[in-house]
Design a protein around this ligand. Structure first.
Ligand code: HEC
Length: 152
């Protein structure tokens, strides 16, 4: 007697459960089909307008600037004019990167070589250090791009 009752109860619960699941599913299909969803619509969330693309500096220049400030500015100067804080102590003056005529005569590969091998690697003053052990090829390329900014 007890067993039968329990069986009926379980069957009833099962029926109820499947009913709930089915109606839930059906209403979901409805809302998807009619394009309505209970989630907030993204376009209604206020978003700050991004800056115009033209104002975003390329990644290479931003990294180049960081590296330059960290390693080169002390001698070559923030403005790239060779008048860094440390310049007065040097017998050979650091290169002035704002000298367009001089800089335009040098290929990117030549600048990269000088940075990588230092003054001693390209027959210039040893006061220009060798950076190949500190900086990767990519970082040196970023620096070359950054140096070009001083004599546009
Ligand atoms: C201790 C001071 C010092 C620091 C730091 C330094 N330089 Fe120099 N650099 C010099 C000097 C001095 C020269 C000039 C060498 C010469 O003309 O004989 C020079 C020359 C150069 C040149 C050669 C341009 C040419 O005439 O061909 C480049 C390129 C250069 N530096 C890039 C860099 C970069 C990039 C960094 C940072 C990673 C850097 N330097 C850090 C002192 C420095």
């Amino acid at each position: 007697m007890m067993l039968r009752r329990r069986g009926k109860m379980i069957a009833g619960l099962g029926l109820l459960l499947s009913f709930i699941l089915l109606t839930g599913y059906a209403s979901r299909i409805d809302s998807v089909a009619s394009g309505q969803s209970k989630k907030p619509v993204l376009s209604s969330v206020p978003v700050k307008a991004p800056p115009p693309i033209a104002n975003i500096r390329p990644y290479s220049l931003r990294v180049g600037e960081k590296l330059y400030t960290k390693y080169c500015e002390i001698c070559h100067g923030a403005a790239g004019d060779g008048k860094g804080f440390n310049a007065y102590t040097l017998e050979v003056q650091p290169r002035d990167f704002t000298n367009r005529q001089y800089m335009n005569a040098l290929a990117d590969s030549r600048l990269a070589e000088t940075i990588r091998e230092g003054g001693r690697g390209v027959n210039k003053s040893v006061l220009m250090q060798t950076w190949g052990g500190t900086l990767s090829h990519l970082e040196i390329n970023y620096l070359v791009q950054y140096l070009r900014q001083f004599s546009p």
